[in-house]
Ligand binder design. Structure first.
Ligand SMILES: Nc1ccn([C@@H]2O[C@H](COP(=O)(O)OP(=O)(O)OP(=O)(O)O)[C@@H](O)[C@H]2O)c(=O)n1
Ligand SMILES: C[C@](O)(CO)[C@H](O)COP(=O)(O)O
Length: 241
């Protein structure tokens, strides 16, 4: 039997890549600048997110950050200001999240195989454990996505009024969303549909999506109160560390 450190084991581990999408405009945040650059405990949101994926134990070979082309200069300036030395590529985003992911994937087109995580640049509190478990599940299942159970009751909208949904059969989807690279590549060659809100919805016609336990702290900074909650969670994390 091969030991955990044997060359057989390490050579069979697929290379890991990450695409951090930060190509949005942050309309719902309504801030004076894109939310990926907002200050979260003294540092830009996107720097927090990038740092999570740069944790050495995750073994990610390449991080691709997707930003609107007109924000490249701002990010370069922030990289200087905050002495960001984490290696990463910067790629221009598109009109929609789908288009931004597609462009991030195009940057990885030369890679023959591996696992790729797509993560929202505005989910800065993702834990190493959730990232690791999502990559590991993708290695086994091809497509794996972090998700949590709804805490509230859920209702669907009807023509007249609304109706109760069985929340035990529902999950709220987060990122990271991890895939075999070639699978995600194939899925993103298909035309964009208005129903694509994430990567799982792009892939699911080709491959069942395995759900991994996510984390309620892995919130997406979308509206102003999310930033307040994120600061509180980060303070608690730093205090506990
Ligand atoms: N054209 C786009 C749109 C979104 N995103 C990214 O996808 C993630 C989730 O999108 P969302 O929270 O909707 O971000 P925004 O589009 O910036 O926000 P809003 O919808 O409020 O304008 C974010 O990290 C966002 O930067 C992207 O890379 N390219
Ligand atoms: C990808 C995502 O974060 C999963 O919850 C979400 O679908 C993004 O949606 P948005 O409309 O771009 O906020």
């Amino acid at each position: 039997m091969a030991s955990a450190a044997s060359p057989l084991t390490s050579s069979s581990t697929p290379p890991r890549y990450a695409i951090l999408v930060a190509g949005g405009s942050g309309t719902r945040m309504g801030a004076d600048r894109p939310k990926q650059f907002l200050n979260l405990l003294g540092e830009p949101v996107l720097l927090h997110t990038l740092r999570r994926f740069a944790q050495p134990e995750l073994g990610i070979e390449q991080c691709v950050v997707v930003l609107p082309a007109e924000q490249f200069a701002t990010w370069e300036q922030l990289c200087r200001e905050f002495s960001i030395s984490i290696p990463h590529a910067v790629v221009a985003g598109g009109e929609t999240r789908w288009a931004s992911v597609r462009r991030g994937l195009a940057y990885l087109a030369e890679q023959p195989a591996g696992l790729v995580a797509v993560h929202d640049g505005v989910r800065p509190l993702v834990s190493a454990a959730v990232i690791e478990q999502t990559y590991a599940a993708a290695a086994t299942h091809g497509a794996a996505v972090a998700a949590v159970a709804p805490k509230d009751s859920v209702r669907g909208l009807a023509q007249q009024g609304s109706y109760a949904l069985d929340r035990s059969r529902l999950r709220l989807v987060q990122t990271p969303q991890c895939f075999e690279l070639q699978l995600l590549w194939r899925a993103y060659q298909l035309p964009e549909l208005p129903t694509f809100t994430d990567d799982a919805s792009v892939v699911e016609d080709l491959q069942p999506i395995y759900l991994v336990p996510g984390d309620y702290r892995n919130l997406k900074i979308t509206t102003p109160e999310d930033l307040i909650v994120a600061e509180a969670l980060l303070r608690a994390e730093l205090g506990a560390g």
